[in-house]
Design a protein around this ligand. Structure first.
Ligand code: ADP
Ligand code: ZN
Length: 839
C-alpha cells in the first residue's frame, strides 16, 4: 500500500515535509518512527509525525529505520508543544530526544581532482576568497576531507555554495556516505535446554552421567543450572567462562552440541555501574521521616494515587532532607507500578546524590550523563525503553527519557532554580524545569520541583496556586542552620589585617578547625589564578582573539585562557606591547586562593592537605569522586572550589564554610544577578553543620555588606529576599511579571550583523502590543567565539498576554518577512524564549 507521510526534519524551518512510502504495515505503525529521506542533495533522518495528503514533487522515503515507533504518542505531542513554544521546528525538538550517536549520519566527503596553479589561485583569492581558502585546505592535505571538517577549518558557516562551484568546475568531487548510528550489542546467553529443565527425571540422568565421565562439563552444567534457578535467567557466556576460569570453551560447546544447554544471542543490557567507594552513608529509606517530611510525602503520595496532573514546589531549607522525600515519593510511585524520572543539574557533579539513590534502589536505576560514550548512552536508552530501568536519573536532556507509553508516573526536578536546566544552544532552547511540568501535564502525572532557594518564577507560581506549595522549615536529624558571620573586607584592609584575600578572622576560624580535624569548605567563584594580567605602563590587558573578554591567568600552566571559548596563549613576562616588565596580576582565582592559604598556614606552623575543585582540576574522569571520597574520609582538610562545592554536598563533619568573596556576581548587568547571588551564597552556606552534633559556621567576606542580596543571605530568610526581589521585578517589569525573549544576531561581519538587527527591530510593531522592544544593543560580551553580536530584547507583559501567544505570533510573522526578504547568509539569528540572562 502507499502512504503519504508528514516528516519532521531537524532543520530550522518551521514546517513538516510530505514523502511517499510503499509498505505493507498499517500506516499508524509508522507514526513516531525515524526515516531516511532525500532533502536537496542530502540524506537526512527525520521523524514520521502524521499521515498526510500527496503533494506535488514529493519524493520517496528511502528507508524507515525503526520497526517500532521511536517516539511514543505522548512524546510526539510533547515535542510539538516544545517547538510551538520555543519557536523552533518540530524536527529540532524531536532531535533533542534522540541520543547522540543514534542517528545514521549522511557524511559528505570532498576529494581534490586536480591541483590549481598558484597564479590561478591568486586570482580566485580576490574574486572568491572563501572558495580559494577552501581549495587551499584541500591542496595542503592528502586524501578526501569531510564537509564538516572544512566548515570547521573555515569558521564561516556553510560551504555548500563553494563546493558546488568547485565541483561544477571539475576541480573536486563530492560523495555522500551513510555512517550508521549505534546498534544493539548482542551477547551469548547460556541456558539449560528447556527440554531437560522441564523433565526432572532427565535432568537427574544428565547430571549423573556427566558427573561420572566428564567432570568439566558437569561443573559447567551445574553452574548454569544453579544460576538459572537463582535468577530465573541464563548466564552470559563470558561470565560463565570467567567464573569457572575455563581455559577452553570446548566443554560448553560439547554440551550445546549434545542439546543439554542452549546458547542464544540476546541484546546486551548494561548493568548499573558497581560503585566501589559509595559516597552514601546508608540506605536512607530506612530512616524515620520528620513530621514535615511525612507531610510533604503524604501530599505527593495522595496525588500519585489520584493519577492526574499536579505540580508541587517542595521548598525545604538546606539540609532539611528533601532527598528522603524524593526517595519516599519514588517508592510510592513504584508501588503503583509507575516509572520515575529524576532530573539533577549536572550529573557528573553530583556523584554523592546519585550514590544516595543507588543505596536504596540499586539496579532499577539508569543514569544518563554527558560523559557516556554513544554506545553506552544508546544501551541505557534501550534499557529504559524496554522497561528494564524503572528510575532514570539524568541532567537536562534526560527530560526526553523514552519511558514506555503510559508508564511514567513521577518527575522530580532537584535544585529547580539552577540555570543549567536551560539549554542555550542549539535549538530547542528549552528550560527542562518548565518542560518537566509540561511533560507532567501531558502525561497526567505528578511533578515535584525541589529547592532550598526556589526560583522567583516557581515561587510566584506557587503563590498563585499554579503549584502546590510544600515547605520543610527545619533541618532533619536535630541539625540546625549554621551561624552566619559577615566580614567587612574594607575594614580589614584599613586596619592592615588582610593577608592577601584572607581576613585575620577567616584565617583564625580555619586554623581552629584544622586543629580539631573538622571539615572546611572554602568557596570562591572564579577559577584560574588572577582575573587578568595588566601592564601598568601602557595599560595593555591581553584579550581573547575571539571574544571581547580579558584572558584569565592560569599560573601553574603558565597560560592565559579564555573562559568562554577556550582560547589560550602563554602568559606575559613582559608586556607584549611596550615591553614593560612590571606586570600586574589583579583579582584572584581559586589557584591563588589555594597558594595563599598554603603559605599562610605554613607560616603559622600548620601542615594541611588542601584540594581544589573547579573546572580545571575536574577535567579527568573520576576525579570528582576521588576528591569527595578523600574528603569524606578526612584525608583532605580543606576543599576550595567554585560553585561546584555549592551543589548538593552532604558531609556531616563540615563545620565551616568560608566565602572568600561574596561580591563576585553582585553587579553583573543582569536582572537575575541578585537572585543568583542569594541562591549561590545560601546553597554554599548550607553545606555547613548538616549533622546534629556539630554546629556549623559560615564566614562571608564582602565589600558590600549593605547590598540587598548579602543582607538577605545573612538573615537566612528566603521570604525576605523573595518579597524585596519580587517588588523590584515588578517595578522594572522583569520575570515573573514579564516574559523575556531575546533575538540575537551574530556573525563574522559586524556591519551585516548590525544591519540585520536593525531590520528585525523595524519589522516588529511597537504600538498597541503587549510587549516592549529594547535595542538592538551591543551586549556585555560584544564578540563571542569570533562572532559579533547584537541583541534585541522583548519584554512581554504577562498580564496582557499570559501565555505569550500574541508575542509569538507577531514575532513569527516578523521573522518570516525577515527570512524571505532580508536574511543574510553570514548572519545567524537565534530567538530565545524565556531567556535566562541578558549577558
Ligand atoms: P537537602 O537535600 O534538603 O539539603 P539532604 O537530603 O541532603 O538535605 O539531607 C541532609 C542530611 O539529613 C542527610 O545526611 C540525610 O541523610 C539526613 N536526613 C534526612 N532526613 C532525615 C531523617 N528523617 N532522619 C535522620 N536523618 C535524616
Ligand atoms: Zn574567547
Amino acid at each position: 500500500m502507499i502512504s503519504y507521510l508528514s516528516i519532521a526534519l531537524p532543520l530550522p524551518v518551521q514546517k513538516v515535509f510530505t514523502y511517499r512510502y510503499e509498505h505493507d504495515v498499517h500506516p499508524s505503525c509508522l507514526i513516531g518512527c525515524r526515516a531516511l529521506v532525500p532533502f536537496g542533495k542530502r540524506i537526512v533522518t527525520g521523524v514520521i509525525v502524521e499521515s498526510s495528503q500527496p503533494v506535488q514533487g514529493m519524493k520517496d522515503i528511502i528507508e524507515v529505520i525503526d520497526d517500532k515507533p521511536f517516539f511514543t504518542e505522548s512524546m510526539l505531542r510533547f515535542t510539538k508543544r516544545m517547538s510551538d513554544y520555543y519557536l523552533c521546528s518540530w524536527g529540532e525538538a524531536l532531535k533533542a530526544g534522540i541520543p547522540r550517536g543514534m542517528t545514521p549520519q549522511s557524511v559528505m566527503h570532498v576529494e581534490l581532482l586536480t591541483r590549481v596553479e598558484q597564479n590561478e589561485l591568486n586570482i580566485m583569492k580576490k574574486r572568491a576568497p572563501k572558495r580559494a581558502a577552501l581549495l587551499e585546505i584541500l591542496m595542503n592535505h592528502s586524501g578526501p576531507l569531510t564537509e564538516v571538517y572544512l566548515e570547521k577549518m573555515l569558521k564561516t558557516g556553510t560551504v555548500s555554495d563553494q563546493l558546488d562551484a568547485l565541483e561544477n568546475a571539475g576541480v573536486i568531487k563530492t560523495t555522500r556516505n551513510l555512517e550508521q548510528g549505534s546498534k544493539p550489542r548482542l551477547h551469548s546467553i547460556v541456558y539449560v535446554h528447556p527440554d531437560i529443565l522441564k523433565d526432572e527425571q532427565k535432568l537427574r540422568e544428565v547430571l549423573h552421567g556427566l558427573d561420572e565421565k566428564y567432570p568439566k562439563q558437569a561443573s559447567v552444567f551445574s553452574h548454569v543450572y544453579l544460576c538459572q534457578k537463582r535468577t530465573g535467567n541464563g548466564i552470559a557466556l563470558s561470565k560463565l567462562k570467567e567464573e569457572l576460569q575455563l581455559q577452553s570453551q570446548s566443554p560448553i560447546n560439547t554440551l550445546a552440541a549434545n542439546g543439554i544447554i542452549l546458547i542464544q544471542k540476546e541484546e546486551f543490557i548494561p548493568e548499573s555501574e558497581v560503585i566501589k567507594d559509595s559516597l552514601a552513608k546508608r540506605d536512607e529509606s530506612l530512616l524515620n521521616m520528620t513530621l514535615e517530611q511525612k507531610h510533604a510525602h503524604a501530599m505527593i503520595h495522595e496525588a500519585l494515587h489520584e493519577q492526574h496532573a499536579k505540580t508541587f514546589l517542595l521548598h525545604g531549607i538546606t539540609g532539611s532532607g528533601k532527598t528522603l522525600v524524593y526517595i519516599q515519593a519514588i517508592r510510592s510511585a513504584l508501588a503503583l507500578d509507575k516509572d520515575c524520572l529524576l532530573l539533577v543539574p549536572e550529573i557528573s557533579l553530583t556523584p554523592q546524590l546519585v550514590d544516595r539513590f543507588f543505596a536504596t534502589f540499586g539496579d532499577q536505576i539508569a543514569v544518563l550523563h554527558s560523559k557516556m560514550t554513544n554506545q553506552e548512552r544508546y544501551e541505557h536508552w534501550r534499557k529504559i525503553r524496554n522497561g528494564n530501568a524503572r528510575i532514570v536519573i539524568g541532567a537536562r536532556s534526560a527530560l526526553f527519557a523514552p519511558f514506555r507509553d503510559g508508564r511514567l508516573g513521577l518527575i522530580i526536578v532537584d535544585e529547580e532554580h539552577e540555570s543549567s536546566y536551560k539549554q542555550e544552544a542549539p535549538a530547542p532552547r528549552y528550560n527542562a524545569r518548565d518542560f518537566a511540568v509540561v511533560r507532567g501535564n501531558i502525561e497526567h502525572i505528578v511533578t515535584v520541583l525541589g529547592s532550598a532557594t526556589p526560583s522567583m518564577e516557581s515561587m510566584f507560581n506557587a503563590q498563585h496556586g499554579k503549584y502546590h506549595y510544600l515547605h520543610i522549615s527545619s533541618r532533619a536529624d536535630g541539625a540546625t542552620l549554621p551561624e552566619l558571620q559577615l566580614i567587612d573586607i574594607r575594614e580589614h584592609r584599613k586596619a592592615g589585617t588582610l593577608h592577601g584575600s584572607f581576613s585575620e578572622e577567616m584565617l583564625q576560624a580555619i586554623i581552629q578547625r584544622v586543629i580539631k580535624k573538622e571539615g572546611i569548605i572554602l568557596f570562591h567563584n572564579r577559577r584560574g589564578f588572577a582575573r587578568f594580567q595588566e601592564c601598568p605602563d601602557c595599560g595593555h590587558i591581553p584579550m581573547c582573539k575571539n571574544c571581547s573578554v580579558s584572558l584569565t591567568l592560569h599560573k601553574h600552566s603558565g597560560m592565559l585562557r579564555c573562559h568562554y571559548c577556550g582560547y589560550a596563549e602563554r602568559s606575559m613576562h613582559s608586556c607584549s606591547v611596550c615591553g614593560g616588565t612590571d606586570i600586574n596580576e589583579p583579582g584572584i582565582g581559586t589557584q591563588k586562593v589555594e597558594e595563599e592559604l598554603q603559605e599562610l598556614l605554613k607560616s603559622r606552623g600548620l601542615k594541611v592537605v588542601i584540594e581544589r575543585m573547579d573546572l580545571d582540576t575536574m577535567s579527568k574522569k573520576g576525579e570528582h569522586r576521588r576528591i569527595l571520597t578523600a574528603f569524606s574520609k578526612k584525608e583532605i582538610d580543606i576543599m576550595i572550589g567554585t560553585q561546584m562545592v555549592a551543589k548538593g554536598l552532604d558531609f556531616p563533619h563540615v563545620s565551616m564554610v568560608g566565602i572568600i568573596d561574596a561580591d563576585h556576581q553582585l553587579f553583573m548587568p543582569d536582572f537575575r544577578s541578585s537572585e543568583r547571588t542569594f541562591q549561590l551564597l545560601t546553597q554554599v552556606a548550607g553545606r555547613a553543620g548538616r549533622s546534629g552534633h556539630l554546629q556549623g559556621k559560615v564566614l562571608l567576606q564582602t565589600s558590600h555588606p549593605e547590598h540587598q542580596s548579602i543582607l538577605a543571605t545573612m538573615t537566612g530568610s528566603y521570604e525576605l529576599f523573595y518579597n524585596d526581589e519580587l517588588q523590584s521585578r515588578k517595578d522594572a517589569l522583569y520575570p515573573p511579571y514579564s516574559r523575556i525573549v531575546t533575538i540575537e544576531c551574530s556573525g563574522p561581519d559586524e556591519y551585516a550583523v548590525h544591519e540585520s538587527a536593525a531590520v528585525i527591530a523595524q519589522l516588529l510593531p511597537t504600538k498597541g502590543q503587549p510587549f516592549f522592544i529594547l535595542g538592538p544593543s551591543i551586549p556585555f560580551i560584544a564578540k563571542l567565539k569570533s562572532q559579533y553580536r547584537r541583541v534585541i530584547v522583548l519584554k512581554g507583559n504577562k498580564n496582557e498576554d499570559p501565555s505569550g501567544e500574541i508575542l509569538r505570533t507577531v514575532l513569527k510573522k516578523a521573522m518570516h518577512i525577515y527570512a524571505v526578504q532580508h536574511a543574510k547568509k553570514s548572519v545567524k539569528v537565534t530567538i530565545d524564549i524565556d531567556a535566562y540572562g541578558l549577558v
